[in-house]
Write a protein that binds this ligand. Sequence first.
Ligand code: NAD
Ligand code: IPM
Ligand code: MN
Length: 357
Amino acid sequence: MTKTLLLLPGDGIGPEVTAQSRRLVGWLNANAGLDVSVCEARFGGAAIDADGVPLTPETLALAKASDAVLMGAVGGPQWAKQSYDKRPEAGLLALRAGMEVFANLRPALCFAALADASSLKREFVEGLDIMFVRELTGGVYFGEPRGISDLGNGERRGVNTQVYTSSEIRRVARVAFELAAKRTGRVCSAEKSNVMESGLLWREEVQALRDAEYPHIDLSHMLADNTAMQLVKYPKQFDVILTDNLFGDILSDEAAMLTGSLGMLPSAALGVKGMPGLYEPIHGSAPDIAGKGLANPCASILSLALALRYSLDRGDLADRVEKAVATALDRGARTGDIGGTLGTVAMGDAVLAALAG
Ligand code: NAD
Ligand code: IPM
Ligand code: MN
């Protein structure tokens, strides 16, 4: 049966990289037995300009009715002066919350050809394969109260609140344990239980779930600041890293550099089984290179691969797309961020050529 994929190209380099993934879907439909119909909607700053809001109710409904959603990126300096609820980023948070995709898988995989593109020495990153499981619909991104208030005398107060409930922690921990069981069985949970009650609850709930239901999982706990340091010191010590919304955002960008570039890292945001997943590169709209045709499309293409695996029942084609990216890199295809000279479209060409044989 035909599956549906909603593209939300968004802002900056979002449309540029998403266009390459769209080409791949076209090729897979024509040549590899994929049966996916693609539609597109405005999102982020592009939707603010046209519709007044970053995510219209119609687009959210379309997302929820699709089998998978592939997002490009949102944001840019032209919308950075708006109040928070009217910013492109607020649309992304609303989309994640509306789709209830609470578990964000961010694989940090070092392709063999890119072992020298990392800022770490080859021996530290060669063969690196870390899976971040980032909680995505809770924590300080969503906690109340929040806001900026005027205290008078020229003094203002900015407030955000870190909140987690035990069920929010357990449902994302379960995802991490299930994934780890299919890998090396090791999970490292990162929080700040030394200074935050929500961090202490996180540690206790993760441990309790492991003891009750996943005794075969080798669970360790690490303070998030130490995790940031250990990621650079000896990244191969990690397999699955389970962490909250904010720490997961920061640690996954850090890990991107271990693999060569932010332009290489995809993500899959998953919720309840049977509901659509949200797929997006972990990078942003890259205003510094937007509109120049220079962006690396690999993070978007690899996000499409995750959509094929987790939402479109075509794990076989996900493997093929990932292999095609590896082959294109082996053949020397490189955008500027990974030390080459190819533009976005030429990099897409290289992946398509590798896919075709
Ligand atoms: P960014 O990820 O957009 O860019 C950081 C750096 O990485 C820049 O130098 C950029 O050129 C480079 N880069 C990122 N993606 C690349 C790619 N595919 N190929 C080559 N180089 C790439 O982060 P930023 O500059 O801090 O944020 C810019 C805007 O993007 C902000 O408005 C921010 O809120 C937004 N943002 C959105 C998302 C998202 O949509 N998921 C993620 C992060 C940031
Ligand atoms: C990401 C981004 C987003 C986040 C922003 C744009 C809301 O940085 O997807 O990593 O912080 O989650
Ligand atoms: Mn981020």
